[in-house]
Design a protein around this ligand. Structure first.
Ligand SMILES: [Zn+2]
Ligand SMILES: [Zn+2]
Length: 333
């Protein structure tokens, strides 16, 4: 049984990367089972580093993240190797004793090739967003947009916000070159996209860190399309002031930008009393069209990035039970 013996107790099966260099991974957390891909060799260097599920954050060694398909493939390849070796070993035992004399009985054993064990081939799935982690440079691919980096565990919400804001900047550049009517539309859309990007960012941050809020259920429902509203809610849920690192006119300018977006999105771009009350905009007249300049959007973008960084920096370092909760805890102590 030399062939079989040579296989030893372990059979190692290489799992190849797909045509883009990615290897599929699957979360073993039963309530997640999320599928994602990473490019081995990018990201953190070192042996035995853990892997973080980009969707649920579950952390475990890389050898726990094989996909069901990869396991089926590996099993079938191993099975094939074993049966092939077994077959070769049996083949060596073949014999053929010819009958002797007139009434002798001949005995022979011939090993015929059987059907080989079928290999369970698979293809890695196509995913929706490719990310290069801004922190550790791991290249990974996911469904949806937001994720934890599988290598360093850092959430990509700021990175996605920056990416979207980069596009906002490009729209404004385009507007500077375009015809007046198209330019106006581009500027309005850029403002809309800036607000949406911030809303998406804020919601995701609250969702991921909901367990740190005084009311996790409410934390997952905070809208960031209205800055003042978001400020009030974030303050009461997480104990963080969104305007903390801003000069008063920076906050005012961003708030005005967000209110202008509201007028464009919900009032056909016509100023109403609510807008005037909320912003105190001296250039706005009720019943007239709102004026949005490239500069309005650019300054809103700058402030949005500051607010986002302040909030992310605060919430990432806050532990569950800190922040708002510890203020209450402090009363007891
Ligand atoms: Zn997961
Ligand atoms: Zn990373």
């Amino acid at each position: 049984m030399n062939h079989l013996r040579r296989l030893g107790n372990t059979v190692s099966i290489p799992i190849k990367a797909d045509e883009d260099g990615f290897t599929g991974r699957e979360c073993l957390n039963a309530s997640c089972e999320g599928y994602f891909k990473i490019e081995f060799g990018t990201g953190l260097k070192g042996e035995g580093l853990p892997c973080h599920c980009p969707y649920c954050g579950h952390t475990e060694g890389h050898d726990h993240f094989w996909t069901k398909e990869q396991i089926e493939y590996a099993k079938s390849v191993a099975m094939r190797k074993i049966t092939d070796s077994f077959h070769k070993d049996l083949k060596k035992l073949e014999f053929d004793h010819k009958p002797r004399g007139a009434f002798g009985i001949g005995i022979s054993m011939k090993v015929k090739p059987g059907r080989p064990t079928p290999i369970h081939y698979y293809r890695e799935q196509k995913l929706e967003t490719e990310v290069v982690c801004a922190n550790c440079t791991l290249r990974y691919s996911i469904y949806g947009v937001f994720a934890f980096c599988p290598d360093c565990g850092q959430h990509n919400s700021l990175q996605i916000l920056d990416k979207n804001i980069e596009v906002v900047g490009k729209m404004l550049d385009l507007a500077a070159e375009a015809h007046a009517d198209l330019a106006q539309k581009l500027i309005e859309n850029a403002l809309e996209d800036c607000v949406s990007a911030f809303d998406g960012f804020g919601r995701e941050l609250c969702r991921v860190h909901a367990n740190k809020a005084s009311n996790p259920g409410k934390a997952e429902k905070v809208s960031f399309q209205n800055l003042e509203g978001a400020k009030t809610k974030v303050s009461s849920l997480f104990g963080h002031d969104l305007s903390a690192q801003l000069a008063p006119d920076e906050w005012r300018a961003a708030n005005r930008g967000f209110q202008k977006r509201h007028v464009v999105a919900h009032k056909m771009g016509v100023v109403d009393q609510e807008y005037v009350d909320k912003t105190g905009d001296p250039n706005a007249t009720v019943g007239r069209k709102i004026v949005i300049t490239e500069e309005d959007v650019r300054s809103t973008v700058v402030v949005v990035r500051k607010i986002a960084r302040g909030f992310a920096g605060y919430i990432v370092t806050t532990k569950q039970g800190d922040g708002v909760m510890s203020v209450n805890g402090g009363d007891n102590g």
